[in-house]
Design a protein around this ligand. Structure first.
Ligand code: BDR
Ligand code: CA
Length: 310
């Protein structure tokens, strides 16, 4: 199976990318970047830094700089102005690959038709444009694993909406209506699977370059989490989607449902509607992950951080 990671790094994107590359790096065809947590220049630099840190030769393609209809929004309050906890890392020595992320996705899906999955960790703008530009890829993508949306209607960016959907609801609506099989890790599952102070302490102790670099960025998220929720620890949303894609047994509870995205509404723009009514002829389009194995995910992540790459 081949993979493309579409991402807006982002501290939790970094955790997801480090882990996915440690376990499945050889099968990753490329990383595509998108606007989101920070602007595209930062998300692209951060993706290049992560590939470099992991000592891998994986191309990074720059994608959409803004959502389909609305102005871009960022999450610098949680990820720092550089998307990496204001760690102010040196510039990567690698450079971005030639060509647009959307064209890379379309081309690779055709080349590996039926044997390619996407792991999406940010707003779905690149994927929606790829599907709109070449509809035939819908039949050729095996599955999309994504961190997106909510399962109980409790958002993080608005009361009803999660960041990756809220920042480009039209794109998310296109992807959920595309017919491509989707496995979704929603926001509430990420909060339920939060790492406590014990795991944070384990991360701080790791002495590889990757471990130390991640720990530096993580301190920002730990402080922000404490300030905003009063809880000690860190929520690494995108890591859950990466681990579910690597090893489906980390998903302890899931449900086949129909998911749609609300693009209108006064309070509900970006809300993910979940319809799980079995007797109403509802055709599911997604596997919604409602419970994950925290200790297995922590072990996978700690192992990935401890992976010696240089
Ligand atoms: C999602 O939003 C971003 O801030 C994170 O990187 C994650 O992908 C969580 O809502
Ligand atoms: Ca993300």
């Amino acid at each position: 199976m081949k993979w493309i990671i579409d991402t807006d790094p982002g501290i939790d994107d970094a955790a997801a990318i480090i882990t996915f590359l440690a376990y499945r790096g050889e099968d990753v065809l490329g990383i595509t970047t998108v606007h989101g947590n920070v602007g595209i220049e930062h998300t692209t630099k951060n993706a290049l830094r992560l590939v470099e840190l992991m000592g891998m030769d994986i191309p990074v393609y720059k994608g959409l700089t803004q959502p389909l209809l609305q102005p871009p929004a960022t999450a610098t309050a949680f990820h720092g102005s550089d998307g990496f906890g204001d760690a102010h890392l040196p510039d990567p020595t690698r450079t971005v690959a030639c060509g647009h992320a959307v064209d890379f996705i379309i081309d690779q899906v055709h080349r590996h038709a039926g044997d390619i999955c996407l792991l999406t960790l940010g707003p779905l703008s690149n994927i929606a444009v790829a599907l709109a530009k070449d509809r035939s890829i819908t039949r050729e993508i095996r599955e999309i694993y994504m961190m997106a949306g909510t399962c109980r209607g409790r958002g993080n960016t608005t009361a009803a909406s999660e960041f990756n959907v809220y920042t480009d609801p039209e794109a998310a609506a296109i992807v959920f209506a595309s017919g491509v099989p989707i496995t979704v890790v929603p926001w509430e599952t990420c909060v339920d699977t939060m790492f406590g102070p014990d795991v944070v302490e384990e991360i701080r102790k790791i002495e590889t370059t990757v471990g130390r670099t991640f720990a530096k960025a993580m301190e920002f998220a730990v402080k922000k989490t404490l300030a905003s929720t009063g809880r000690e620890g860190v929520v690494l949303c995108d890591l859950l989607a990466a681990c579910a894609a690597i090893d489906p047994s980390v998903v302890l509870e899931s449900e086949k449902v129909l998911m749609r995205v609300e693009t209108g509404g006064v309070y509900s723009r970006g809300f993910t509607m979940v319809d799980g009514r079995p007797n109403r002829g509802v055709q599911p389009n997604a596997v919604l992950c409602t419970g994950c194995d925290r200790s297995k995910i922590a072990s996978m992540f700690l192992a990935a951080l401890g992976h010696k790459t240089n």
